[in-house]
Design a protein around this ligand. Structure first.
Ligand code: HEC
Ligand code: HEC
Length: 208
């Protein structure tokens, strides 16, 4: 009888122990599955790389390249000639000595042709991180944009944020006499977001 009573007492204990452990196990499993889902549901290298390719024609447009080309000076025009008047990058990207960008460039375009265009924070990236993508392949351009050592210490989310700033969006409304980016601003912004949301993979280096 003793044995019978013992097991009668033990059984419910054992049952609830089994119930609790399996419940915890299930919870852990489903939590695990959720986090995997979050990554893998959206993470898609092919989609991300394709989205990046959509950005490339904009990134290489003269409106952007005039500030993202080699040299210690900005460029001008569709032929990307060297900025006139001896304008230089300077130690912080905002000009050298008395010739600051803000001497001429305001936070908005000035009316008329051949007047200085403008947007908030008009300037070049600093010489310590010049963000030059002239001459880079699509693959390397993408790697540069993502590299915190070269992109102003930005996470991918911060790049997306930066791309929404008036300085970048200026290129769709660059002032009289200048060609705006020919493709849609909204398509560009949605491609940036798609690239980031799917894991920000880079296109592969093309082999020729
Ligand atoms: C007047 C000069 C100027 C123009 C025009 C310009 N940029 Fe920039 N860009 C900068 C400066 C300055 C920075 C660095 C800002 C900082 O670090 O705070 C920058 C940084 C960036 C970055 C972040 C750096 C990186 O490597 O991830 C991206 C992306 C970028 N620009 C894209 C563009 C695109 C796209 C265009 C054209 C649609 C454009 N820029 C036009 C000056 C310019
Ligand atoms: C002495 C005045 C002056 C200074 C200083 C100056 N700029 Fe300019 N910039 C101009 C004028 C004027 C234009 C327009 C030229 C035109 O449209 O023919 C211009 C045009 C530009 C353009 C060309 C935009 C395009 O896509 O064609 C860029 C980029 C630019 N400046 C960047 C800079 C940067 C960066 C600095 C500081 C490092 C700077 N500028 C300093 C007067 C100046």
């Amino acid at each position: 009888m003793n044995r019978f009573r013992q097991s009668a007492l033990l059984l419910p204990l054992l049952a609830s122990f089994l119930f609790l452990t399996s419940k915890a196990g299930l919870e852990a499993k489903s939590a695990n599955r959720d986090s995997v889902n979050q990554d893998s549901a959206n993470h898609d290298d092919a989609v991300a790389a394709a989205a990046f390719e959509e950005l490339v024609p904009v990134l290489r447009n003269p409106r952007c390249m005039n500030c993202h080309s080699s040299g210690d000076y900005p460029r001008q025009g569709d032929d990307m000639h060297r900025h006139t008047m001896e304008v230089r990058r300077g130690p912080d990207g905002h000009g050298l000595n008395a010739v600051k960008c803000s001497t001429c460039h305001q936070d908005h375009n000035l009316p008329g042709i051949h007047t200085p265009p403008g947007a908030p924070d008009w300037g070049l990236p600093p010489p310590s991180m010049p963000m030059i993508w002239e001459g880079l392949s699509d693959h390397h351009l993408c790697e540069l944009l993502k590299d915190p050592q070269q992109n102003g210490h930005r996470s991918v989310a911060k790049i997306v944020e930066h791309i929404h700033t008036p300085l970048v969006l200026w290129a769709w409304d660059p002032g009289e006499g200048r060609k705006p980016i020919p493709s849609s601003e909204n398509l560009f912004l949605s491609a940036v977001e798609r690239w980031a949301a799917h894991g920000a993979a880079c296109p592969l280096e093309k082999t020729k």
